[in-house]
Design a protein around this ligand. Sequence first.
Ligand SMILES: [Zn+2]
Length: 248
Amino acid sequence: MTDKKETGLDVMSGDGGYQEAYLADAIRFKMKRDNKRFWAGDNISNYVTEEMKHKLIDEATEAFELVLDRLLIDRETDPNSQGTARRLAKMYFNEIMAGRYDPAPCATAFPNDSEERYEGMLVVRSELRSMCSHHHQPVSGVAYIGIIAAEKLIGLSKYTRIAQWCARRGTLQEELCNDIAREIMRATEAADVGVYVQATHGCCENRGIMAHSSLTQTTVLKGAFKDDVGTKKEFFDNIKLQQDFAPR
Ligand SMILES: [Zn+2]
């Protein structure tokens, strides 16, 4: 392999000088060695390059084929099940769990420190698609992200990009709400941030209690959103106005 370094596949050589059979195993061992957490909701983009993704998708395809076989689904003659293993593998890496493997969206910050700086509250409504890490069932809803701008501003679409990057993983809604608040604070360097997420869960609708239209709400408030009654009220009044304008 002459292009080992370029593809990042040199990770296949274990520290002990042996080759791992699967790239996924080699990466897992490396993360364990580094004490890097790799839970369903964690971003591991530092360990997975674009080149590696192709190989990881091949490996996951093989594993999904085995799952289908164990489920006694005929993937040889059933035309709808032919290629399902690869579709699943690609969907996990490129879509429903993309936020684990992709680096944070780049959010260029613009200065907000002139005399005419914007000092008001900004509330952005972001549509979310996520997945529960317990059953891998879909979670869909909206996040309302409130912020009192600090010395930096990011483009409006970036709030949604960041929220979706956090959502496209295996999460719990409580965790997701925390993750969005943390990443928005990181990108904007703002201390005053509020995140309100409202979502329905496939977990409750498709299985278990089979409760349709189950709705779950979570709120994370930081800085003035937590400590100042007026700011908190303004945030929730804004959410109400947004909901009146664009019903969920
Ligand atoms: Zn679940």
